[in-house]
Design a protein around this ligand. Structure first.
Ligand code: DON
Length: 619
């Protein structure tokens, strides 16, 4: 009994507890017979029994004899079929092997009467034709490629079980006959013997039940091994491999299997079974005793039980539609971290509803993206700026790309703006837009790395329209400093006497984290941003100030070291007021300090109210 997930973990996971309980439950099932037509397989111990469940997030749960080696046999067929698809593409492979279930046994000589093409790659005839498609100048190179491919699925280096290989090669007359039949119909274009030998070798590769679980999870994870992160099969071919596993993988039991268990699967005559739930998990079971169909008896029962109790049936998936839109808000409800003047805030409150932001999550497939597009279209007349945030998107497919492209063209034709945020998480979308938009891609497919600068960009564009004077070029005089609001000319003259004017270059750090706080800063020209570094190392913008605003003011109250970095976004002119001078002025001119502190408190109230409003939107 072992759980690889976290051996040092003192509490076993409920998943592991369940896998162990299943193992205890089916260990007593003694039905079925060990395969004997390959003499070496007849030596198998019928009591061996292992279960492995591996998830697409890389967790691996094992119970029983999950590390006991045995030969992979027919479970190699879908994996080698994937290799043949990568080597030749679908069109050519389909000229050599079909995709139709036969309803016959695995070793039936089932060829298309006209073409001689085997019906599917899961029966021996189809698997031998597939082995004939594996590229490589020599039989050794072809075998090495098969071993490497299956090793990538398992996440470990695999080797041949020479004894089983020899045993099968010495007794595999029926498969040799099939090989010659295929040569006769030109489904094999060269001497069939080395091809049939390669087929015997692929079937004789030694694996464990743990390997099977991870191989199945690799197929569930669009061809990427969830434990090693290595690509074992190009994503575009996974659907073809899973399709033939779903329709043909369990031979003349395939119909009952897909009806009851509902997952693409493949069994092997040495007692292995794999089952795949796309996007979620893979299951591997090992138990030598077989039923009349040549499938492991315990393997079938365990998969059936897992499917019913964990609700794994493929055709019983939740509706993805309603969960795609995690959050929707407008530029009137939630603003960027660019601190706005009261006039600008009032304008955004009034006109910000023309900016619509959608935070998306999960998988963008046709149904979920249709819900998004329908919602956008219903609000199109009141939208000038649409921001789609992909930060929490897990995957998207081609149909989603089509819908987003059509939406982009619609926005462009209506002279409206559509921005894509965190599109780095959806490389397929970028490739799709590049292919469709060609030279217009740069101008139309506008991508931002984070929603905050994108929202600010839209706010600035909107303010340029609704407010006469744009922000950046504005220069503020001390009388316009927010913290000096309500100061008399005399007050201003007093405090201006204490100010020191400094100029900072674009990108220059004005305040560093942890520094002692000695000054209060008033922004006369340019913009500065307050930045913190997250535990992930990513730098996050907390706020951006523009002329007339103050920063570093919290030190007046708590005299604590600086808690964030302040950087000049443009060339900046600041007036600095020393906290020592402010304290002295407070003794000589307490009225001025009180007014300043009042303005400071008013500013903090405005920020708190804005934060409350935003918390309500984000909840
Ligand atoms: O060709 C054979 O007969 C074996 N190497 C593989 C057959 C097999 O695994 C059938 N699966 N249930």
């Amino acid at each position: 009994m072992n759980s690889e997930t976290n051996p040092s973990q003192s509490h076993s996971s409920p998943v592991l507890d369940y896998i162990r309980q299943l193992h205890r439950e089916y260990s007593s099932l003694k039905d079925g017979k060990v395969a004997t037509y390959i003499p070496e397989l007849a030596k198998a111990n019928p009591d061996l029994f292992g279960i492995c469940l591996a998830t697409t997030s890389g967790s691996v749960y094992e119970a029983g004899d999950s590390r006991q080696p045995f030969t992979i046999q027919s479970i190699s067929k879908p994996l080698v079929y994937g290799l043949a698809l990568e080597d030749h593409g679908r069109a050519h492979v389909l000229t050599r092997v079909g995709m139709e279930p036969t309803g016959d046994a695995f070793n039936s000589i089932s060829l298309d009467p006209e073409t001689g093409r085997p019906r599917n790659p899961m029966i021996n005839a189809g698997a031998i034709a597939t082995a004939g498609l594996v590229l490589g100048k020599t039989p050794q190179i072809r075998l090495r490629r098969v071993l490497e491919t299956l090793g990538a699925y398992a996440g470990s280096e695999l080797a041949l079980d020479e004894a089983v290989y020899r045993s099968e090669s010495e007794t595999g007359h029926r498969n040799r006959a099939i090989g010659h039949m295929l040569r006769n119909f030109s489904m094999l274009t060269e001497d069939p013997n080395p091809v049939v030998e390669l087929y015997f070798q692929q079937c004789s590769i030694s694996v464990t039940c743990r390997d099977l679980g991870i191989m199945a999870a690799t197929l569930a994870n669009r061809g990427v091994n969830p434990v090693t992160g290595k690509q074992a099969l190009r994503g575009e071919y996974v659907e073809s491999v899973l399709s033939v596993m779903g329709s043909c993988g369990m031979y003349d039991y395939a119909g009952e299997w897909i009806y009851k268990v509902g997952m693409p699967a493949k069994s092997g005559v040495a007692g292995g079974v794999i089952a795949v739930l796309p996007g979620q998990l893979g299951i591997g079971v090992f138990s030598p005793p077989l039923d009349p169909h040549g499938n492991s008896v315990r393997g079938i029962r365990v998969c059936d039980e897992l499917s019913r109790s964990l609700d794994l049936h493929l055709f019983n998936l939740p509706n993805p539609g309603h969960s795609l839109i995690r959050l929707r808000f407008t530029g009137a409800e939630l603003n960027s971290s660019r601190v706005r003047t009261p006039l600008e805030s009032q304008a955004l409150h009034q006109f910000g509803s023309r900016i619509n932001v959608y935070q998306l999550q999960g998988h963008l497939v046709f149904a979920s993206t249709e819900v998004l597009v329908r919602d956008v279209i219903e609000n199109l007349d009141s939208t000038d700026y649409l921001l789609l945030d992909f930060r929490r998107v897990l995957s998207l497919n081609e149909s989603a790309c089509h819908l987003l492209y059509s939406l982009l063209i619609k926005f462009s034709n209506l002279k409206k703006t559509l921005l894509f945020i965190h599109a780095d998480r959806t490389p397929l979308l970028r490739r799709f837009m590049k292919a469709k938009l060609r030279h217009e891609c740069e101008t139309l497919f506008r991508v931002f790395e984070d929603h905050d600068p994108a929202l600010e960009w839209c706010e600035n564009r909107l303010l340029e329209v609704v407010l006469p004077q744009t922000v950046a070029e504005r220069r503020a005089s001390p009388s316009e400093y927010e913290l000096f609001s309500g100061f008399t000319a005399e007050d201003l003259s007093t405090v201006c006497g204490l100010l020191q004017r400094r100029i900072y270059q674009r990108g220059e750090t004005i305040i560093n984290v942890g520094e002692e706080a000695n000054h209060l800063f008033f922004l006369a020209r340019g913009c500065v941003s307050v930045l913190v570094t997250l535990s992930s190392g990513v730098r996050k913008r907390l706020a951006t100030f523009s002329p007339g605003m103050a920063f570093g003011e919290m030190a007046i109250i708590d005299h604590a070291p600086r808690s964030a970095m302040v950087q000049a976004d443009t060339e900046v002119e600041c007036d600095l007021l020393g906290l020592k001078e402010l304290t002295q002025m407070g003794q000589s001119e307490p009225g001025i300090k009180i007014k300043l502190l009042e303005n400071l408190s008013l500013g903090l109230c405005r920020k708190l109210r804005k934060a409350n409003r935003e918390m309500m939107v984000l909840d």
